[in-house]
Write a protein that binds this ligand. Sequence first.
Ligand code: NAD
Ligand code: TYD
Length: 350
Amino acid sequence: MKTILITGGAGFIGSHLVRLMVNKYPGYRVVNLDKLTYAGNLANLKDVEDKPNYRFVKGDICDFEQMRQVFADYGVDAVIHLAAESHVDRSIKDPFAFARTNVMGTLALLQAARLAWDGRFEGKLFYHVSTDEVYGALENDGSFFVETTRYNPHSPYSASKASSDHFVRAYHDTYGLPVKISNCSNNYGPYQFPEKLIPLFINNIRHNKSLPVYGTGENVRDWLYVEDHVRAIDLIFHQGKVGDTYNIGGFNEWRNIDLVRLLVGVTDRLLGRAEGASSCLITFVRDRAGHDLRYAIDSSKLHRELGWSPSLQFEEGIEKTVRWYLDHQDWLDNVTSGDYLKYYEEMYHK
Ligand code: NAD
Ligand code: TYD
């Protein structure tokens, strides 16, 4: 039985990936290792927790000895590494946490894999799930990030992810560790922590709270439904070339303000309010420091080489997503208490 270690499996993207791997590959043992930070939530995985090929380990990727032990205990064949601090605004407040987990944690995991596999790399793989934010920001000129675009990160978050990508490549080039990397655009969908734009705003519309749009709302993001992302990870994991990088994105660029208006319209309609009634909640607030203007990813390599394309139209994905959050108010209430609430108050209601 092949054993796959998925780190960060209790988070947003990780939980969708764990679900896919556990259900699609009963012959794999899927070990989900997660520290359960504010962003990790085992409620995201209720439907797979009793499957015989699923295991959960509470652990910290920064704890090198613990990582060595996990490799020894489970005989890990492959790693899909998602555990990270993932929110740009938090990285501006506390960059050290991002260097610790994203850089040092990735390094600890790489070293544990290298020592456990000890040069016997046949059938082994270390796959790092990364972001398009490592490439920096684009102008509004129709250009795209491609796999060879020079790294030029601006936020502490993207700098930490860029650094971890470099360490993954260094382990390939120096020690021959079999690695793959994918760099994906902004994800949306169920189980995303409501500090990120889409779930935060759906929740705020529901509760008639203000919708804080940073700056003028003209920044552009390229959005992909989370299940399309994890399908791409599955393909790259099984069929991608060792040592290669793949960009993942849906050619789906939206200015923040247009996206917010779409969210307002769909959420109002599903709540039975007059469509657009909640536009009055839109509030332009101080811009994020170093706010990247535009992200847009060219995923044609993934399409050409592995036949991947996104399955959902954006409007369809947004409707599905809004419905999910409105139907899962208990999930939202649960995660918007405690630590999160304190942070939210500090950020937006000073
Ligand atoms: P998330 O914040 O929802 O989840 C992160 C998970 O990692 C949580 O379960 C958390 O408990 C866990 N974690 C954090 N620190 C840990 C540590 N030290 N040890 C073990 N576990 C730890 O993040 P997400 O949005 O699901 O992103 C997952 C990965 O995908 C990240 O590496 C992120 O950089 C990357 N990514 C995200 C997006 C996006 O739009 N969300 C896009 C591209 C790439
Ligand atoms: P976010 O979901 O934090 O993702 P990222 O920063 O990784 O792109 O933000 C998406 C966009 O929305 C980004 O341009 C920042 C903006 N934004 C707001 O305008 N208001 C908000 O309250 C948040 C959280 C984000």
